[in-house]
Write a protein that binds this ligand. Structure first.
Ligand SMILES: C[S@@+](CC[C@H](N)C(=O)[O-])C[C@H]1O[C@@H](n2cnc3c(N)ncnc32)[C@H](O)[C@@H]1O
Length: 276
């Protein structure tokens, strides 16, 4: 039987070398080859950050970085839900084929590393792709958690995401308008190139927004305030940053005004392990 190829899926945080955990450093040191998706010119900086992290933590080590050109993804924004899902599935299969081919070409015994932006558990397809590769050839995979943009957003603003005993809902810009309700608790929005929360202003002007772009990177920008008061500034700043850097990644949290403990029965009935 063929010995399974060792694979490490390593969360590296959102760009600052200080986000890389001790567990991630140990996993980095086990890798011989890092496969890094090349998503095109605008995101070259994200590949550069991965190179920097390797250089910083693997000084003097013998490792290789192989950039893998991403297959064409197609026009997501123009697709309906079904077409979007089919498009993503086809894209994942094409990526898995490409990675399987590269991994098969490596020397026996070489350990493969995937450097995942943020945490591999949030809106990242690496684990799914590695699972798909494992259906093509034997792999033994270890996943290492990283700091997500969600955690960095909360920390940089110095906030707790959930109200006491209340939920946190994580979603995408694409789904926000259909899903939003005060019952969701704090709503964290990722992958929103259009700041869809602007369209919530009429329904919920008193939401508080905590917004962050390039979290953890030197060009980090933060804004916070009442949605109706600050959204136009955020829209303008985001457009200007995108123009300046050629790309922008931002995340935000929307919080409804606190109803107050007396009007909030879910707080009053908290017992035992549910108590914060
Ligand atoms: C493909 S998802 C990856 C999420 C990542 N796995 C994580 O845990 O943060 C990309 C989205 O994550 C958010 N994001 C990632 N890095 C960010 C950063 N440095 N600053 C702000 N948002 C970021 C943005 O919402 C972006 O659209």
């Amino acid at each position: 039987m063929t010995t399974p190829r060792e694979v490490r899926v390593i969360g590296i945080g959102t760009g600052s070398p200080t986000h890389v955990t001790g567990q991630a450093i140990a996993a980095l040191r086990e890798c011989d080859v890092f496969l890094v998706a090349d998503k095109g010119e605008a995101k070259d900086e994200l590949v550069a950050v991965r190179r920097l992290i390797c250089a910083e933590f693997l000084e003097g080590g013998t490792y290789r970085i192989v950039t893998v050109t991403d297959p064409e993804r197609g026009p997501d924004a123009e697709r309906d839900k079904a077409a979007y899902r089919t498009g993503v599935d086809a894209w994942h299969a094409a990526r898995a084929d490409r990675y399987a081919e590269i991994i098969e070409s490596l020397s026996p015994g070489e350990t493969v590393g995937f450097l995942v932006w943020g945490d591999p558990a949030f809106y990242d397809s690496t684990i799914r792709i590695v699972d798909a590769v494992a259906r093509r050839l034997p792999l033994r995979t270890q996943v290492v958690a990283g700091l997500s943009a969600i955690q960095v957003l909360a920390a940089e603003h110095g906030i707790v995401l959930n109200g006491i005993g209340q939920p946190v809902h994580i979603t995408t810009g694409r789904r926000l308008l259909d899903e939003w309700s005060p019952r969701l608790g704090t709503v964290v929005v990722m992958l929103d190139g259009a700041l869809k929360c602007r369209e919530l202003v009429e329904r919920a002007p008193d939401l508080t927004i905590h917004w962050g772009a390039y979290l953890g990177l030197p060009q980090q920008v933060l804004r916070a305030g009442r949605l109706a008061d600050v959204i136009e500034d955020i829209v303008a700043v985001r457009a200007q940053l995108r123009e300046q850097h050629g790309w922008v990644m931002d995340t935000y949290a929307l919080t409804a005004p606190s109803p107050g403990d007396a009007e909030n029965p879910s707080v009053a009935v908290l017992v035992g392990d549910d108590r914060e």
